[in-house]
Design a protein around this ligand. Structure first.
Ligand code: F3S
Length: 405
């Protein structure tokens, strides 16, 4: 792998031990994956933030680093709301460790906005063709697929290394040849909202890490694409997908349709919704916001909760920046007794671990909650989730009649 003179000096330790370690990680990855050189990145999004997932070993590693990131860098969700962690009964010991992790990142110059939807943040611009080093799988999928930026699914250490060096190794999804669709997926029925999360959950299991191109009947909204990609990255390992006539690479790069082709039928999606009817327990907790809610999603929740009171715990996850921009939405939602929670999510927070059945409207949360939180997960659309939380009669009637969620 070719290194400039300056990069060689960093690798020799002439810019300090932290940068030496950082570039060594990047060069090792580049050597493994056949990169020709390091390329500049526009931004980094760094996973490995929740104390629940990185523990004391992760805290120690980050705390030992010195230096400053060279590009705008933000964090993945932490294990708790950093300003109001007591509301979800986070243990004090956990909170203390979590604060130390965030402070260690702050010392490195990382902006401590903790979100998996960095592309929604004002001032954190990302555009077509930008090279990035992002970690969180749904953010990676969204940036590659919907924006047409270029990033591999970085681990926490490699994303932080890229942020410190300002570069990443040129391999994988940074190169056109790895962005070619490998399999066509035909969906010949109309989809709406939560169907995209269910479709992603089903498709991810079939795809593994292949790059698919979807042929859909309708043009999806941005939040629907977000849900589709997040679910595929969780039930499978899809980091890039295309939607014929919609996503930018497929429109600009003249890819040929792949020879391999599959069709996904409506009843495959129904099996995901069926989780509610087949659940061993009633949901005790309802969570929305995986990935973190957009302004449009918060607005819809406001409408659905208007004049209602929640009877079960209802947690809505979004970024702190977005919650700050839409205080009226937050106030309206919380008037119902629901909680708007920032900086964290139902999967990486220990708060979820004390519930035995969690209802979600996210294919990604549906895939991760059982393994990461030890709870049964059931799937429903946003209306069904709000209905479950408020005891809404229409939702319960539909449930008894065996209707679709
Ligand atoms: Fe984001 Fe947590 Fe889901 S990080 S994508 S809300 S699992």
């Amino acid at each position: 792998m070719y290194l400039t003179k300056e990069e060689e000096q960093i690798l020799n330790g002439e810019a300090g031990e932290t940068l030496r370690q950082a570039i060594e990680i990047l060069v090792s990855l580049g050597d493994i994956y056949g990169a020709d050189r390091l390329i500049p990145i526009k931004s980094a999004q760094i996973a490995g933030v929740s104390y629940k997932t990185i523990g004391d070993a992760g805290l120690e590693w980050i705390s030992d680093l010195n230096g400053k990131v060279k590009v705008p860098s933000i964090l993945n969700p932490a294990g708790m709301d950093l300003e109001d962690w007591e509301r979800l009964c986070i243990p004090h010991g956990f909170a203390e460790k979590q604060k130390l992790i965030v402070q260690a990142y702050e010392r490195l110059g990382v902006c401590c906005e903790c979100t998996c939807t960095p592309y929604t943040l004002e001032g954190f611009d990302v555009g077509y063709g930008d090279h990035l080093a992002w970690s969180e799988s749904s953010a990676v999928s969204y940036s590659n697929s919907v924006i047409g930026a270029r990033t591999n699914r970085e681990g926490g250490p490699s994303a932080l290394s890229a942020a410190l060096v300002g570069k990443t190794a040129n391999y994988g999804f940074h190169l056109n040849e790895n962005r070619i669709p490998e399999i066509s997926i035909d969906v010949e029925f109309s989809l709406k909202e939560s169907d995209y999360g269910a479709l992603g959950y089903v498709a991810g299991k079939l795809l593994g890490s292949k790059v698919p191109v979807f042929h859909l009947k309708d043009i999806p909204k941005k939040d629907e694409l977000k849900a589709l990609g997040a679910a595929m990255a969780a039930s499978g390992a899809v980091a890039l997908y295309h939607v014929s006539g919609v996503t930018p690479d497929i429109c600009k790069l003249n890819f040929e349709d792949p020879a391999e082709e599959i069709t996904i039928e409506r009843d495959q999606l129904e099996s995901v919704y069926d989780s509610r009817r087949k659940a061993c327990r009633e949901p005790e907790l309802i969570t929305i916001g995986c990935p973190h809610c957009s302004a449009a999603e918060l607005g819809k929740i406001v409408q659905l909760l208007e004049g209602k009171t929640v009877l079960k715990e209802l947690w809505i996850f979004t970024s702190r920046e977005l919650a700050g921009r839409y205080p009226d939405y937050v106030r309206s939602i919380e008037k119902s007794g629901a909680k708007v929670v920032c900086d964290t999510c139902m999967v990486v927070s220990p708060a979820t671990d004390s519930y035995s059945c969690v209802m979600v409207n996210s294919g990604k949360a549906f895939a991760y909650v059982p393994g990461m939180c030890g709870a049964e997960a059931v799937y429903g659309n946003m209306e069904a989730c709000i209905g479950e939380a408020t005891g809404d009669a229409a939702c319960i009637k539909e449930k008894k009649a065996g209707g679709s969620y």
